[in-house]
Design a protein around this ligand. Sequence first.
Ligand SMILES: [Zn+2]
Length: 92
Amino acid sequence: MLAIATPVLWLVAVLLFLAIAGIGMMFMRGIASVRSTERIEPEDVADLDVFFVCRECGTEFQVTKLGEVQVPRHCGEPMLVVRRPRHQPIEN
Ligand SMILES: [Zn+2]
């Protein structure tokens, strides 16, 4: 009796796993599709000289393309958004 019941239990376990995994995938796809509709075209901001500066360690990232406005974190803190004037070449 036990020799028959064990494969049945395995089958039930596999079916349950597939059902849960399928629901999970559908849920993830739902989130992904919502995000894709909110996505905006990345804007080219290389000419504006925008930098993200870390207040803790001084690391700087230059922003060349700006998509969703979300300030990155560094050293566990949100980075400062700094706009610097462009360095003018020294004329001789
Ligand atoms: Zn840092």
